[in-house]
Design a protein around this ligand. Structure first.
Ligand code: GLC
Length: 430
């Protein structure tokens, strides 16, 4: 089994818990057409102000969100305290561009952190390195003013050192004023991406070493992601986004602790008209596949500007809740198995318990090559009903003659159990 090198942050709980919730919430919930809307549509600060002036999430109840996350089996949450638009959900002393100054009139982070902790989840914060509102953030490839003919001139008056100091002040607020913060998710660096003479940004711009040291000093044990543009071994977790690894993630040839982040429908912020919502099968399979490859899943929800999770998001969370109610022991504390799974299946393993997740239900028999004599008992996890084991010697010739001598065959019910992804729990012989 791959064993990642130890890093400064405490990842023991993280690799046990496996499943978290990402929450992208900010002013972009109002236009409701992607959290990058300001950049994509080149909306300048004056025009974007309309969302600030109308931000009033009157139905915001973080206890409801926390209850939905907990029921879904999620063990931690990461909230966008500030996304690229620069808007702050907390009562930052470093800016007026914050929730308390909108019609909503209050700090939204404090009740959030309290509600999720009360529900038993660990709390992490996402903090955008990119900031399209700060006057000292130099215009670059993603900035909404990038196509202005005078962009380079405007940059003359912008001093990224002042912005870097601002970030440290904000990170200090977040990591001292809101109780234990278990994860900080900095996002993101693009040192190579120049645009019409406007340079990209990386560690020298953010002063990443100082940000990292500050985070570790203020919250010892905090988990820090890998998007600060620092050497890979400085990061506690690596964060493949919107794709599913097929094996344990390696960086520079070394296995790492990793977490894939995914969306229900494509965008991270609330998107009213998006039609690409994933099916329950896809949602469950992503979780299973992540754990089967030794990683975590951070699944995103984008609440509306009323402060609610819409029906589609609730439905997706309910799909997890239903499946996790019966199958969480094939997820928590599990990791990549020492064995290779048969076609259309995934293995997760915890000690001598091997979990066979069946993505495509076969007819009556599932053959496990190399497993003869290895399994003491097997059952369907959803109802603990026995799955009979056909060891090689007991094969009758007309039914499963094609299997090899060291193949163990599981005798399955013809009808797929009524769960999205059935799991067979195999008790391995010592
Ligand atoms: C990307 C996007 C962003 C999102 C993030 C989540 O970096 O910039 O909108 O917050 O991915 O991983």
């Amino acid at each position: 089994m791959p064993t990642p090198a130890t890093t400064a942050g405490d990842t023991a709980w993280f690799t046990h818990d496996r499943f978290g919730m990402f929450v992208h919430w900010g002013l972009y919930a109002l236009p409701a057409r992607h959290e990058w809307v300001q950049s994509r549509e080149l909306i300048d600060g004056a025009r974007y102000q309309r969302y600030f002036e109308h931000f009033d999430p009157d139905l915001y109840d973080p206890h409801e969100w926390a209850a939905a996350a907990r029921a879904a089996g999620m063990k931690y949450v990461v909230l966008t305290a500030k996304h690229h638009e620069g808007f702050c959900l907390w009562d930052s002393q470093a800016t007026g561009y914050k929730a308390p100054n909108t019609p909503c009139g209050r700090d939204l982070l404090r009740p959030f952190a309290e509600a999720f902790r009360a529900a038993g989840l660990r709390v992490g914060l996402y903090y955008s390195l990119i900031d399209w509102h700060h006057p000292h953030f130099p215009i670059d490839i993603y900035h909404p003013l990038r196509d202005r003919p005078d962009a380079a001139e405007l940059n003359q008056g912008r001093d990224i050192g002042i912005y870097a100091e601002y970030m440290r002040q904000q990170v200090r607020e977040l990591l001292t004023g809101y109780g234990p913060i278990d994860i900080i998710w900095f996002d993101f660096s693009y040192p190579e991406r120049a645009y019409r003479g406007l340079p990209g940004k990386g560690r020298a711009d953010w002063q990443s070493e100082r940000l990292l040291a500050l985070a570790r000093e203020l919250q010892p044990g905090i988990i820090v992601d890998n998007r600060l543009d620092l050497p890979a071994d400085q990061a506690d977790i690596h964060t493949p986004e919107q794709f599913q690894p097929r094996e344990w993630l390696r960086v520079n040839g070394q296995p790492v602790v990793w977490e894939t982040c995914q969306t229900f429908s494509g965008s991270w912020g609330y998107h009213r008209d998006e039609a690409s919502w994933k099916s329950p099968e896809q949602l469950i399979q992503m979780l299973v596949n992540s754990v089967a490859c030794g990683g975590n899943l951070l699944m995103n929800a984008g609440p509306t500007a009323r402060g609610t999770l819409d029906e589609r998001a609730r439905g997706a969370l309910a799909a997890y809740a239903e499946w996790m109610r019966l199958h969480s022991r094939a997820i928590y504390g599990c990791t990549q198995s020492q064995y290779a799974a048969p076609p259309d299946c995934r293995f997760t393993q915890r000690g001598s318990r091997l979990y066979l997740h069946i993505f495509s239900w076969p007819f009556r028999h599932l053959h496990l090559e190399g497993f003869a004599g290895k399994v003491a008992y097997a059952q369907l996890l959803n109802d603990a009903s026995e799955i009979r084991l056909l060891e090689p010697g007991r094969h009758d010739e007309w039914s499963i003659a094609a299997t090899s001598a060291n193949t163990l065959t599981l005798e399955l019910p013809v009808v797929k159990p009524d769960v999205v992804v059935p799991v067979i729990e195999l008790f391995l012989n010592p």
